[in-house]
Structure formats: C-alpha cells, structure tokens
Design a protein around this ligand. Structure first.
Ligand code: FE2
Ligand code: FE2
Length: 279
C-alpha cells in the first residue's frame, strides 16, 4: 500500500500561522511516501512569500510532488507576468513545471494549468495532453495512474454561493478525461477552489466502462477560506482499493482530525465507491 498526502492552496502571505506546527507534526505521524501539493503556494507570488513556502515544504522532510497554481505567478507586475511568470516558482519551489514520478506501483503526472492571460481560470493545452498521453501509453496496466493539476476537473455541489461565478472546471477537461480514459487513469488530484471534495468521473463525464476518482483538496493552512475549515487528504492506494481520508482543522486549532473517509474498490468499469456495501 502507498500512502500519499495531498495538500493544496497554502497561500503564504495569507496563512493561518498557528496551523503550521500541528500540520507538520501530524504529517510526520502519518508518514506518507510522498506529499503532493497542487499549487497556490503563495498569495501574490512575492519573494518573501516564496521563501516562507520553501521553508514549510522543506520542514515536511518528505519527497514532494508539486505543480504551480494561478497565485504563483505575479498578478500586478504585468512585465514579470508576461515575460517570466514562473521565475520565482522555479527558483524557490521546483525547477520542473511538468513533474513526473514513477515506480513499480504508481505513476504521477503533473500538468501545469496556469495561464498568464487568464488571471484565475486554468487550461490544459493540446500539446500537454499529447505529452501526457505519450507517458501514459508506455505504462503497464497494473500501474496506478495519478494526474495532478491545480485547476479542478469537477466541482463540489455545496455552499459558497458568493464565489459561484469563479467556479469552473479546467478548460478542456472533457477532452482530457476522454483521452486519458483510454489509459485508465485512476485518480485526478486538484485544488484551487478551497473546497474539499471527493467524487468520481461518472456524473460530469459519463464515459462507458471508465470511472476514476476526482479528489479535491481544500486549503491546508490559509485564511482564504470558502465557508469550510482548513483541510487536506490522505490517500491510501492499492491496486484493488483506494481510501481517501479527509482531515480538517479542529476548533481549538491544535490539530487536524479525520472527519470522514471514502473507500473505492476497483471493478471492471473502474473505481466504484463502497461497492462492498451494495447488494
Ligand atoms: Fe488558491
Ligand atoms: Fe488557485
């Protein structure tokens, strides 16, 4: 079994500092093989924010798999935004905007959905789809395949009417899911909405004999909240079963608690939720 922690939307510059220590302590206890962070490390892509974010991710002392978010490129410095949007991200967080990880059990592909022209919404290009496909087509069927992208592939049906207009799935998500269904991608991990959500591809995408998980992490430590507490997810993965444990910050701010767990089982049509309970 592989344990992967999924954090998102740290937003250094708008961080609830008292959350950091309990989170780092708990993550050491959970002891995952890998920590995925799906973007928005900073609030305004300022150097001092990136320095704080870098310290935080180093303190985790775990292998990391990261992609940038729309807040990791400058908003107001137009010159920098157009000429070298990822300069500070590349310097402080990761030198790879399209990371790839593979071992004998899992493959993880990072897709950079951040676009300098569209301030907040994201897009995946046809070239990126092709590049991902060339990796996916080489993978053995038995390898679990995970896609990480800042912008979401699904939207939670809940709360936050105030931000409803900004809630969009990543552009070309339909094409991406359709193309990737050929390679039986197992899990899509995203952030951006600051809303936790565990779903699957069936309702939005309806592809025959294909059902994969769509897991959305909330903000792990930011005060930029959309009506729900800080949270993160822990994925426990085997070839037959995936559990997603959601941890949320508790009221006395001393720790994060496992508030619910969703279990999925592999079937011939893909991943099915709690199939053991269906009769
Ligand atoms: Fe964010
Ligand atoms: Fe974002």
């Amino acid at each position: 079994m592989k344990t992967i922690v999924h954090l998102s939307d740290l937003h250094f510059g708008r961080v609830d500092y008292k959350r950091i220590k309990p989170l780092v302590t708990l993550l050491q206890k959970i002891d995952p093989e890998l920590i995925v962070i799906s973007g928005d490390f900073t609030q305004r892509a300022k150097e001092e924010e990136f320095i704080e974010a870098k310290k935080f991710i180093e303190d985790l002392k775990k292998p990391l798999f990261v992609v940038p978010g729309n807040h990791d490129i400058p908003l107001y410095n137009i010159y920098r935004r157009f000429r070298s949007p990822f300069k500070k991200y590349l310097k402080f967080i990761s030198s790879d905007l399209s990371p790839y990880y593979q071992d004998k059990d899992i493959a993880i592909l990072g897709i950079n959905s951040v676009r300098r022209f569209t301030i907040s919404s994201g897009r995946i290009s046809k070239k990126q789809i092709k590049e991902a496909e060339s990796r996916l087509e080489k993978l053995d069927d038995k390898i679990l395949k995970i896609i990480v992208c800042h912008h979401p592939f699904d939207l939670p049906i809940k709360k936050d009417t105030h931000h409803k207009h900004t809630h969009k799935v990543v552009a070309r998500s339909k094409l991406v899911i359709k193309k990737f269904s050929k390679y039986k991608v197992d899990v899509f991990l995203s952030g951006h909405l600051h809303l936790q959500h565990v779903g699957d591809t069936t309702i939005r995408y309806k592809i025959k004999d294909f059902q994969s998980l769509i897991v959305q992490a909330g903000t792990a430590i930011s005060i930029r909240r959309r009506g729900e507490p800080v949270s993160f997810n822990v994925l426990k993965l085997t070839k037959e079963k995936i559990t997603v444990e959601t941890f949320a910050g508790n009221h006395n701010e001393s720790t994060y608690e496992n508030i619910f767990t969703e279990t999925f089982f592999k079937t011939s049509e893909g991943w099915r939720k709690n199939i053991s309970q269906v009769n």
